[in-house]
Unconditional design. Structure first.
Length: 351
């Protein structure tokens, strides 16, 4: 039913009820302070809500005055709430805008009150009945002297005025009580709407976090499977590493044998120019030399194959080690995110 007219942000203070001099902050942070208009009641209010509590719920009356006490601070007194409100703004411009709007709303409240009073006087059945009953008194006393007529007419006017004042006072007290109850009702309704919105938001967040947690759990499970596969490959790699060690030992033995044969070849070559007396011995020696050279070539070929296999195994081992390290880092990050998500869920469940 109430419509917002103007909103701004400011630090809210209330006067100390004990000393009437010191300011008491109503909140730690700046709050939204808004002007509202109730078209049904023709009432203007200043409302500010902090959390689930209405910090300001002040009905503006024509006799209120907003006072600028500094470049960024202003105050006004609310006799109905029996307190003085103070607002600290971020800039002088914000204070000026709030003060101008206060003056406009105050004038509008005055016009609305006058219009409401005029309407009440014209439409109130109690006043109509009183006027109808009292006004004929001069006509009834028309047979008396002129002074008696005048006295009776003035008495009727006084009675009408007194009755009007009494009815206005009753209506004013009733409207004040109604406004107070209405303000409390709107405050409770606003708090209820905020709590419902916070509950819906919390439920939506819980559902989203549950989906995210399920996705993280699936990803963690896949990473665990990947780690298991890499560990199996690592075990296979350890077997291949043992084979590599045996191959290395074989290569060392072949190198030693090749060195020995080279020495034997050199010795045979040195003896070839010496003491060969028979052609048969020379041919046998040449044949033996050829066999040694062929065996040497075979040994060299085997040595090259073994070195190539060893290099490939080392490259594969380095690649596998790098992949295992990368997967471990990813798992650490996911585990940390999962722990934070669980803590957030725990806090949300507690709240």
């Amino acid at each position: 039913r109430e419509q917002p007219i103007f909103s701004t942000r400011a630090h809210v203070f209330q006067i100390d009820p004990a000393t009437k001099r010191n300011w008491i902050p109503a909140s730690k942070h700046a709050l939204t302070v808004s002007y509202f208009y109730d078209a049904t009641r023709s009432v203007y209010r200043i409302i500010s809500v902090g959390g689930t509590k209405a910090i300001i719920n002040s009905t503006i009356t024509p006799n209120m005055t907003f006072t600028k006490t500094s470049q960024k601070f202003g105050q006004w007194a609310d006799s109905r709430a029996n307190t003085v409100y103070g607002l600290g703004f971020a800039s002088e411009q914000h204070l000026s805008q709030f003060a101008e709007k206060f003056q406009e709303v105050k004038e509008a409240a005055r016009l609305a009150r006058e219009k409401s009073q005029d309407k009440t006087e014209l439409t109130n059945p109690a006043l109509s009945i009183t006027s109808h009953q009292v006004l004929p008194s001069p006509i009834i006393s028309s047979n008396g002297p002129g002074e008696d007529k005048l006295f009776r007419s003035q008495s009727a006017d006084v009675e009408i005025t007194t009755e009007k004042e009494r009815l206005k006072k009753m209506l004013s007290e009733g409207s004040v009580s109604e406004v107070q109850w209405e303000a409390e009702f709107f405050s409770l309704q606003d708090n209820n709407n905020k709590l419902v919105a916070a509950l819906h938001e919390a439920n939506a967040s819980v559902e989203q976090w549950k989906k995210q947690l399920a996705a993280y759990q699936e990803e963690t499970e896949s990473l665990r499977q990947r780690v298991a596969e890499l560990e199996a490959q690592g075990a296979h790699e350890s077997c291949s590493e043992n084979n590599k060690e045996e191959l290395s030992q074989t290569l060392e033995e072949l190198e030693l044998l090749l060195k020995a044969k080279d020495e034997e070849i050199q010795m045979l070559k040195s003896q070839r120019c010496g003491r060969w007396e028979a052609e048969g011995e020379r041919e046998e020696t040449l044949q033996k030399l050829q066999e040694l050279e062929a065996r040497n070539a075979e040994l060299e070929r085997r040595l090259q194959l073994a070195e190539q296999s060893l290099a490939e195994s080392l490259a594969e081992r380095e690649k596998m080690h790098h992949e295992v390290t990368k997967v471990a880092e990813v798992m650490d990050v996911k585990v940390f995110e999962l722990s934070e998500l669980r803590q957030g869920l725990a806090k949300l469940v507690e709240s």
